[in-house]
Design a protein around this ligand. Structure first.
Ligand SMILES: C[S@@+](CC[C@H](N)C(=O)[O-])C[C@H]1O[C@@H](n2cnc3c(N)ncnc32)[C@H](O)[C@@H]1O
Length: 428
């Protein structure tokens, strides 16, 4: 029987071509051994006791083999730093990038990883060392990069339900500066991390989300503590690693045995809580449209001292707002108590919506007014309506028909075709 492929192999990374013989890797995430600084305790180790040229040549060798076993759509992420030698700073990330360009790896992105919990002191004439480089290389121009998946959106949190206006419905594109704290010794489980430089789990998860889907293949030729590969396992990706030191491999297996089930569960909970982005965007806009009505109702009554609104019908439109910074046009049909006050109401509303918070909602309101139930009802085409109160607009109170609107309670002020029924408790 052939030896199992998806595991950490106790093998020299320079022999990776004997393990992986076809291009099946989707992403490689790795931090290479340091140059001549750390003794990883093995005669075949790269870095320790070598000259800089020998070191770069060995890395070239490893990453040409990684290139050969990577799919055309694949990427390579290398976490690497400058270092000091004889009072000088050696630009290893850039020497490395230039070197492996010769293999065919295309440097796509230089990301700064801000790692706060690093050594608090600095050497004379130097800054405190608080970041490393994350280099992204691709094998071809057609590489996998699911940027939408790492936009800052998706897991709906309680306060997004209540404050939809504070959240960009399209999500934010992550910047090229990443802040992830270095895992503190012990955070990986008691006695597990005696290793030198474990990578933060969240950073690895971000890279895997960007570049892979479940079932894809993740490689780390310098596995070390196995941080990359255990995260891959948690996220239902397959993994292959090489590492010389059998003690690290043993620790990795132990760690996976102890934490794998729980971490897999956490991954599943998180993934199931995610909404596809377009659904998320629509939901946030619906929440905003309803809350907007609730806020202008309150402001008109309390700030402008005009207790004139009886009912508001809220309707999303597919019209494009006139101003480019706005997101949607929402029609608000407002039933007012006293027709004589209409001009006063209109003037107050104009002032209210021009100011924060409503000016921040991204909504272009299209106001229409009615002064009796008949004209109000005539302006509503929808048949299935939901009722919201002056207190809650993220959960509808009940369904209702247009005929019911004359018999509503005093706090029942918003009706709409929009159906949102979010239970805050689900989003703690
Ligand atoms: C910087 S560490 C990797 C740390 C890892 N990213 C983590 O999160 O723990 C580099 C690792 O490369 C291993 N190593 C050094 N030379 C190697 C070689 N020729 N083949 C495979 N692994 C090697 C070392 O034992 C060390 O564990």
């Amino acid at each position: 029987m052939p030896e199992k492929l998806y595991k950490i192999h106790q093998t020299d990374a320079r022999k990776i071509d004997t393990i992986i013989t076809t291009p099946l890797v989707d992403v490689t995430v790795t931090s290479p051994p340091y140059f001549d600084m750390k003794d990883y305790g093995h005669a075949d180790q790269i870095g320790f006791g070598q000259s800089y040229t020998e070191y770069l040549d060995d890395l070239y060798d490893v990453f040409s083999k990684v290139f050969a076993c990577t799919k055309d759509t694949g990427t390579l992420w290398v976490i690497i730093d400058v270092f000091r030698r004889d009072g000088e700073t050696i630009p290893l990330p850039f020497d490395f990038a230039n070197k492996i360009k010769g293999i065919g790896w295309r440097l796509k992105e230089v990301i700064i990883w801000g790692k706060d919990k690093t050594v608090p002191w600095a050497h004379k004439g130097q800054m405190r060392n608080s970041f490393e480089y994350v280099l992204l290389f691709s094998k071809s121009e057609n590489y996998t990069f699911h940027i939408d998946r790492v936009r800052d959106y998706g897991a709906l949190k309680k306060w997004w339900v209540k404050y939809p206006e504070r959240y960009n419905p399209r999500g934010k594109t992550p910047e090229a500066i990443w802040n992830f704290d270095i895992p503190v010794q012990g955070s990986w489980g008691k006695g597990y991390i005696k290793h030198f430089c474990p990578l933060p789990e969240e950073m690895i998860a971000q890279i895997l989300k960007l570049t892979t889907i479940e079932g894809d293949v993740v490689l780390d030729p310098f596995s070390g503590s196995g941080a990359v590969l255990s995260k891959a396992d948690n996220m239902k990706r397959r993994y292959i690693g090489t590492e010389l030191n059998p003690e690290y491999i043993r620790m990795f297996k132990n760690y996976l045995k102890k934490t794998g089930k729980q971490k897999r569960h956490e991954y599943e909970v998180e993934t199931n809580g995610l909404l596809p982005q377009n659904q998320f965007e629509t939901l946030i806009l619906k929440l905003r449209a309803l809350k907007y009505a609730r806020i202008f109702y309150e402001k008109l009554k309390k700030d402008a001292k005009l207790d004139e609104i009886v009912l508001i019908f809220v309707e999303l439109t597919d019209r494009t707002p006139k101003k480019s910074h706005l997101l949607i046009v929402v029609r608000y049909l407002i039933l007012i108590r006293d027709e004589q006050k209409l001009d006063e109401v209109k003037a107050a509303m104009k002032a209210i919506v021009a100011k924060a918070p409503l000016s921040k909602f991204g909504i272009e309101p299209d106001f229409a007014y009615a002064s009796n139930f008949d004209t109000f009802s005539a302006g509503i085409k929808a048949t299935t309506l939901r009722l919201y109160t002056n207190k809650v607009t993220h959960t509808f109170k009940s369904e209702l028909k247009i005929a019911d609107i004359a018999n509503l309670g005093r706090n029942d002020i918003i009706i709409s075709e929009i159906a949102v029924d979010l239970n805050e408790k689900d989003y703690e």
